[in-house]
Design a protein around this ligand. Structure first.
Ligand code: MSP
Length: 513
């Protein structure tokens, strides 16, 4: 049971050469929503994020800032911690690759690979892109640049290699063993065809710079930053102490969430490193898409990088969290625009959900003694609505387990829509005079539906959902998923506070900045 209920989810660890932007916020947000959902569903969750602090890219950024790399990474890593707090991320740990626990773990992994004959000394000659922190063969270059458009430099130096070429068949068997291993399916196909096309050994150490973890017994080499970085996922649960409670409990990881640009590192190199060291590979890797800004690729040179803190200052945190997970089918690329944001805020949050809550609570306040009133017998339409609310959890569970956050929100808003149609059809404001007992039943059904929406919206919009539940006077101990269904229903007689709007409209008159 304990084994079944645990869930380990990770974000990539972010390079500290840069300030946090929307891409970082997006990856972590998706993990946060999932972690919160699973905790409310009674699972024992470990949610990890952190910063990637070694390598040439960071070293160069520190030099450009005229700073010692230690001070530079210290300061910049802090920005990611601040972002996590400001976006209400519920990570259980924050790992930094400059920490002692991590250096120990990476060196232990190296020794294991070395002892098993998976690493050998040779000479690397080829192209390297510092921006991608990746090696490229001549044949992979496009007009003299990396396939990502990043500049490359020629590298020729002694290097240790990992015998990646020997892992092709075992990697293919690993993908084959579980069709859900890599998602979405289009990305899975890309990975499989890349591996089928043949693998070459991978350079895993460098001698031309110093900002990295020294190779054990050969300190002229520092480790390739991706070998160093990927290992964070096992460091955080206790590697090399594979018998430790946390390692036994949480490894293998349930989900590595990554952007599509870094899937190959996670779905090819990382499982190969792990299997080669005798450690179980990840259960699942999901690659999400990229955001553009008002139709344009986001880049520093275009000056259109989106700072998530600006979005939050302008629209509020929960609307931003909602927008990012609702606007695009998770896995696809998406476009941020002021118009799309305002549209989601006004037509869905304010109109569909906010209005439902506000209308119902004001009726209860004005005409139903500002308290939950016991319902009479339920009609077919009451029952249909209540059943739709009661049926949400299994549907959402399925969507969350597939990381289809947009579908989960779609399902929630379908029920909000049904409740809005119900309130219009039942017209409780008219029943007040003709049939007050019936009005009380209608309001009761609506309050119950809102309670379900409030509980189930918590993973995506924690603060707004809490406000909804506060207005229903739902006690703290009644907010997890065990309280869903008729068993946790609102008690008759419960007094309700004066309602205040949860999702204010955004004034579309305000010009985009
Ligand atoms: N340090 C590596 C990861 C090592 S994990 C062992 C790294 N860091 S990063 O800071 O460059 O980026 C991390 C994440 O941000 C990636 O998942 C990437 O896909 C995401 N994004 C960067 N720009 C993005 C958008 N414009 N849109 C969505 N996500 C994007 O890679």
């Amino acid at each position: 049971m304990a084994e079944k209920s645990r869930y380990y989810v990770t974000t990539p660890i972010y390079y500290v050469n840069d300030r946090p932007h929307i891409g970082h916020a997006y990856t972590t947000l998706a993990c946060d929503a999932l972690a919160r959902f699973l905790r409310l569903d009674g699972r024992d969750v470990w949610f990890l994020t952190g910063t990637d602090e070694h390598g040439q890219k960071v070293e160069k950024a520190a030099a450009a800032a005229g700073e010692d790399p230690h001070a530079f990474v210290e300061r910049n890593s802090q920005n990611f911690r601040i972002l996590a707090a400001e976006l209400n991320f519920s990570n259980d740990d924050f790992i930094r690759t400059t920490e002692v626990r991590h250096v120990r773990s990476v060196q232990a992994l190296w020794r294991e690979l070395k002892a098993r004959g998976e690493i050998y000394l040779g000479t690397y000659s080829g192209w390297y892109s510092v921006r991608d922190e990746a090696f490229f063969a001549e044949s992979e270059l496009v007009n003299g640049l990396a396939p990502t458009g990043a500049p490359v430099e020629w590298v020729e130096e002694p290097s240790y290699f990992f015998r990646l070429s020997a892992w092709q068949e075992r990697l293919l068997a690993y993908y084959d063993a579980d069709p859900d291993r890599i998602a979405p399916p289009s990305r899975r196909n890309e990975v499989i065809s890349f591996v089928r096309s043949g693998l070459t050994d991978l350079s895993v150490s460098r001698t031309s710079f110093r900002w990295g973890i020294p190779v054990p017994d050969d300190p002229a080499h520092v480790m390739y930053v991706w070998l160093d970085a990927l290992t964070n996922y096992i460091t955080a649960v206790g590697y090399p102490d594979v018998e430790s409670e946390s390692f036994r409990k949480f490894w293998p990881v349930d989900l590595h969430m990554v952007g599509k640009d870094i899937l190959r590192f996670h779905a090819v190199y990382w499982p190969a490193f792990l299997m080669a060291a005798g450690v179980a590979p990840p259960k699942r890797i999901f690659a999400h898409g990229w955001w553009t800004n008002e139709g344009q690729k986001i880049s520093k040179s275009l000056g259109n990088v989106i700072d998530p803190r600006d979005l939050v200052a302008r629209y509020g945190l929960d609307p931003v969290r909602y927008f990012l997970l609702r606007e695009v089918p998770f896995g696809n690329d998406g476009d941020y625009s002021h118009r799309a944001m305002v549209n989601r805020m006004n037509s869905e949050l304010a109109n569909d959900l906010g209005n439902l809550v506000q209308r119902t609570l004001s009726l209860v306040q004005r005409h139903s003694g500002a308290a939950v009133q016991a319902p009479g017998g339920f009609t077919e339409s009451d029952q249909a609505l209540l059943q739709a609310a009661h049926g949400l959890l299994p549907r959402l569970r399925e969507h969350f387990m597939e990381q289809a956050f947009h579908r989960a929100l779609g399902a929630l808003f379908d029920v909000a829509g049904a409740a809005n149609r119900y309130i219009d059809a039942e017209a409780p404001w008219a029943l007040r005079k003709t049939d007050p007992a019936r009005m009380r039943t209608v309001l009761y059904a609506l309050l119950e539906v809102i309670r379900h929406l409030g509980i189930l919206a918590q993973p995506i919009m924690p603060a707004s959902a809490a406000k909804i539940l506060d207005q229903l006077a739902v006690p703290a101990g009644q907010r997890d998923f065990r309280a869903l269904g008729a068993g946790g229903a609102l008690p008759a007689g419960q007094a309700l506070p004066t309602p205040t709007p949860v999702f204010p409209r955004f004034d579309p008159g305000e010009a985009p900045r």
